[in-house]
Design a protein around this ligand. Structure first.
Ligand SMILES: Nc1ncnc2c1ncn2[C@@H]1O[C@H](COP(=O)(O)OP(=O)(O)O)[C@@H](O)[C@H]1O
Ligand SMILES: [Mg+2]
Length: 348
């Protein structure tokens, strides 16, 4: 539950229904957002957000992508009023959370990372209860519509304890939507969820977005951000290290590595097609770096064959999110060190 008292819920729900269109193009506008968790028994203070700027356009599906501990949930929980920021400003749907907290909170529905569902209530009861807490009048309730939107009509009257994991997760999404917020935030919606359920959830998210809901989700799966989101902010250690259109960011990862073990030790690096870099490593393997969008592997292999190289073994390596992190935090362009674990220099 987001708010302490029923009155608070009521007040919020009323403003949600009376919500004027956003005064800005941004659903979320955070500036210099800062969070320090105070030191606790044995634990030192932790700066979870180091003053980040982040804007999310209305109507988008936006991913906050980053490894565990990056600060994603901290950011989300500040938006939802569950965590108090240490500094900076946040506007939700144009409302400053310090100046118009009620309107700001009414504009957003948060699906937290952990699932809490009362096993002895049915989905319909849970949604009705939540709508009641938000003070949504009966005639304005959208229980059936929400059940339909998330494909849970069949289970509307079943005990929640009989629901599968995926259904429970959808129920949490529905709870966040009873007050019809224009912004829906999903914190790690598919962590620990199998591939089939993940795809179902993606379909629901897309549908809600098509109905006009601005979606923000956190994830540590690059694939999820790539498949679902039009923009991605990569967050690491409390800082935004990259932000942009999904296609631009993924384009930065148009890089692949081939590691070739030749039959006979090579005296020198064979000549390679343009835009392909090759070097010999300490073990006599040839490491070839190329951009698969513009250079086909077959071209590289035929160049090797032309140079008389007989391939005994070959492996490829795709860049992973961590590699992008490493590259971004080291500055643009690939490093060529052979000590780190990054894509351009790492071991396989
Ligand atoms: N209540 C808390 N008290 C102290 N430290 C916290 C608390 N919540 C999170 N942290 C720390 O803040 C950092 C960011 O955590 P979190 O926002 O949960 O990251 P993410 O959601 O990206 O995994 C982590 O180092 C985490 O241990
Ligand atoms: Mg988290």
């Amino acid at each position: 539950m987001l708010y302490e008292t029923e009155e608070a819920h009521r007040a919020v729900a009323k403003t949600a229904r009376d919500m004027p269109p956003s005064k800005t193009d941004y659903a979320i506008d955070a500036r210099g957002l800062h969070k320090i968790y105070r030191a606790q028994k044995g634990q030192p203070a932790k700066e979870a957000l180091g003053g980040i700027d982040l804007r999310v356009k209305r109507g988008s599906i936006f991913a906050l992508l980053g490894p565990n501990g990056a600060g994603k949930s901290t950011f989300i929980n500040i938006l939802g009023g569950l965590t108090i920021k240490s500094g900076g400003r946040v506007r939700i749907w144009g409302f400053d959370i310090d100046v118009n907290p009620r309107e700001a909170r009414a504009a957003i529905g948060i699906v937290p990372q952990e699932l809490h569902i009362d096993p002895f209530f049915t989905p319909r009861e849970i949604l009705d209860l939540q709508a009641g807490l938000y003070g949504v009048p009966r005639r304005e309730r959208r229980t059936d519509e929400i059940l339909r939107l998330l494909s849970l009509e069949d289970k509307a009257d079943a005990y929640s304890r009989t629901l599968s994991g995926g259904m429970r997760r959808r129920l949490m999404v529905m709870k966040a939507m009873v007050h019809a917020p224009p912004i829906l935030v999903l914190d790690e919606p598919t962590a620990g969820v199998d591939i089939e359920l993940r795809r179902q959830l993606w379909a629901h998210v897309r549908q809600m977005n098509a109905e006009g809901v601005t979606i923000i989700l956190t994830t540590h799966y690059l694939e999820e951000a790539e498949a679902l989101c039009d923009r991605i902010a990569i967050i690491d250690d409390g800082a935004v290290i990259a932000e942009g259109a999904t296609s631009d960011l993924v384009g930065q990862m148009d890089a692949k590595q081939l590691v070739i073990t030749p039959e006979a030790r090579l005296a020198r690096v064979p000549s390679m097609p343009p835009d392909v870099e090759a070097r010999l490593d300490g073990e006599g393997r040839l490491r070839v770096h190329y951009h698969p969008r513009s250079v086909k592997m077959a071209v590289i292999l035929s160049a090797l064959s032309d140079a008389g190289v007989v391939v005994a073994d070959m492996t490829t390596r795709e860049p992973a999110l961590e590699d992008l992190f490493v590259r971004l935090t080291r500055g643009a362009g690939g490093s060529d060190s052979s000590d780190g674990g990054d894509f351009f220099g790492g071991e396989i």
